[in-house]
Design a protein around this ligand. Structure first.
Ligand code: PLP
Length: 394
């Protein structure tokens, strides 16, 4: 009989992955499921990046690399932050990780101790909540509604800061809301944080390249004086459609990043060498595929918004980035006689054969997260089935 460590009681499988697994199983059994729950780009990795990976294999770049990452990749990341945001980083302030997820977790592990509080704005990416608990911290959730365009107010932030607060998490563009944080709001948050010097910021920018309007501003462009207490988490999973290549990174103060490197050296070591060499090409090579992807995401977004907003029971706002939309389904849930979005989502999967995530695990009960990382004809078919299901009722 195995006795598991007590920390496993705080461990749950990722809700998004679990739901996707269920939809995948139904699909595998022959059911024609249309997926509106994709958490990753449906585009192929750009050719120039693939070519570089193949070259790295032929050049026998098979050895362990520095845990922190290969120097050319660190330099490419330095250059990226200079070009995109006029932010100056040194390679010693960077660690390359297995996706943005590992960057986020390792940052938390090195920052948050038992009983420390981490402020999260809901709706949020579910893993934030679980990862905070896993490192022994306490998530403090600030809810925001669709009427507020899912924007946490600075006043709410101030109210939730205590002497135990260790950090606050920003995610712009946001999974699941698709909203960006405005320069004005960032400046208001910065004013609050200047009054609380014990609080640091983790900004998760993994969707930074997938944004159309209005143009996204980086947290540190709005509040440059916050650089010494900000950790940036990002990576290539979304903007370069490289989710499976597991290439992320964190940028921040040297002391913290060094500890993250130490931790990584004792756990996973360096990120796959081939992915790292491909990553150099992604960041320094031609980006023609990104422009094409953005045009496609925007037209899919417009199609989804038009279809969802045509139903008066659905309360939806336009997204400004990512490939997600998070309508409030309160009236649909009532109309169908369900008690929550989980029931609606499950019914939709089984009856309409469309997989759409319930908002519950995102801290947004009564909402559903629609993904438009799928072709327009599939989106149209899936949304038509969904709208027909509502009009028929149970
Ligand atoms: N942060 C957010 C908000 C995400 O939505 C995701 C993935 O869906 C991640 C981080 C993890 O990214 P990666 O696949 O690079 O680990």
């Amino acid at each position: 009989m195995l006795h598991l460590a007590s920390r496993t009681q705080r461990l749950r499988a990722s809700a998004t992955l679990a739901f996707q697994e269920k939809a995948r199983a139904l699909k595998a059994s022959g059911v024609d499921i249309i997926s509106l729950n994709m958490g990753e780009p449906d585009f192929d990795v750009p050719m120039n990046i693939k070519a570089q990976a193949i070259e790295a294999i032929h050049e026998r770049k098979n050895k362990y690399t520095a845990v922190r990452g290969v120097p050319e990749l660190l330099e490419a990341i330095v250059q990226e932050y200079k070009d995109a945001y006029a932010l100056t980083y040194h390679p010693t302030q960077i660690v390359v990780t297995n996706g943005a997820k590992q960057a986020f977790f390792n940052a938390l592990l090195c920052l948050v101790g038992s009983g420390d509080e981490v402020v999260l704005q809901a709706p949020f990416w579910p893993s934030y909540y679980d990862m905070v608990q896993l490192v022994g911290g306490t998530p403090v959730v600030i809810h925001s509604s669709i009427a507020e365009h899912f924007a946490m107010t600075a006043e709410a932030l101030e109210r939730h800061i205590t002497p135990k607060t260790k950090c606050v998490v920003f995610n712009s563009p946001c999974n699941p809301t698709g909203q960006i944080i405005s320069r004005k709001l960032y400046k208001e948050y910065a004013e609050v944080l200047r009054r609380h010097p014990h609080v640091c910021v983790i900004t998760d920018d993994v969707y930074e390249m997938l944004n159309w309007e209005p143009h996204r501003v980086h947290w540190l462009q709005a509040a440059p004086d916050m650089m010494d207490r900000t950790v940036i988490v990002s990576g290539l999973s979304k903007g370069f459609a490289m989710a499976g290549w597991r290439l992320g990174y964190a940028l921040g103060p040297v002391d913290l990043i060094n500890k993250m490197v130490d931790y990584q050296s004792q756990t996973t070591s360096n990120v796959c060498s081939i992915s790292q060499y491909a990553g150099i090409e992604a960041l320094t090579g031609e980006r023609y595929s990104l422009a094409e992807m953005l045009v496609a995401y925007k037209s899919r977004h417009d199609l989804m918004y038009a279809m969802l907003s045509s139903n008066e029971l659905i309360n939806v706002i336009k997204s400004q980035g990512t490939f997600y939309m998070l309508p409030d389904m309160t009236q649909v849930i009532e109309h169908m006689g369900f008690s929550n979005a989980d029931e609606l989502s499950l019914y939709c999967l089984e009856k309409a054969e469309v997989s759409i995530m319930s908002g519950t695990s995102f801290g947004a009960p009564n909402h559903m997260r629609f993904s438009f990382a799928n072709k327009c004809d599939k989106l149209e078919e899936g949304l038509s089935r969904f709208l027909l299901m509502i009009s028929k009722g149970i």
